[in-house]
Design a protein around this ligand. Structure first.
Ligand code: SAM
Length: 164
């Protein structure tokens, strides 16, 4: 998906969704980095899913994984984890373990309670190859933090920290 400017017409498509933020269109537009991050329900999500999703077909689907049962304990004094605080934040290394087990590189995962966006960070850092992530949260603060944790500049820095 190409970068674009969020417009009032785009916002009109999602304005009636429950939980739409209390704020002016000008502020929502200024905060957004469309199409990937919008400071309101994302009007471009359908386009992203059409471009990146795969329809489920019971007849041909051969996905199978045994349940992951090993320990996923990770240190919370990790450099990446501590860039910014967030309540109930999950260390991305723990999420990476699950993503590596349950998904293949290039696949898309969704976290509808994304908080500070650690699922997205984990998806981009997977050792076997990046996954894509759709990240949603009711809190505009959480999605703003998620967007800044997950943009390409941050991920470049975070990738270096991963080795330390
Ligand atoms: C446990 S925190 C997630 C923390 C996240 N795993 C991380 O590592 O930062 C749960 C999140 O769910 C969000 N939330 C609660 N109710 C929600 C709802 N109905 N829809 C979307 N998000 C919701 C909260 O704002 C909070 O950020």
């Amino acid at each position: 998906m190409e970068p674009r400017k969020l417009t009032k017409e785009d916002i009109d498509k999602v304005r009636s969704i429950e939980g739409f933020p209390i704020g002016t269109d000008e502020d929502i537009i200024a905060l957004s980095d469309a199409p990937y991050y919008t400071a309101c329900p994302n009007p471009f999500i359908e386009e992203f899913i059409l471009e990146n999703g795969t329809s489920y077909d019971e007849a041909t689907d051969d996905y199978h994984r045994e349940p992951y049962t090993d320990d996923v304990t990770e240190d919370k004094h990790d450099l990446i984890y501590n860039i910014h605080s967030y309540h109930t934040k999950v260390p991305p290394k723990a999420i990476m373990t699950y993503l590596e087990h349950y998904t293949n590189p290039g696949e898309t995962v969704i976290d509808v309670f994304c908080g500070s966006g650690m699922t997205g960070v984990a998806a981009q850092l997977c050792n076997s190859g990046a996954r894509k992530a759709i990240l949603i949260d009711l809190s505009p603060y959480a999605t703003f933090l998620t967007s800044n944790y997950n943009n390409s500049n941050s991920i470049n820095v975070i990738s270096e920290l991963k080795e330390k």
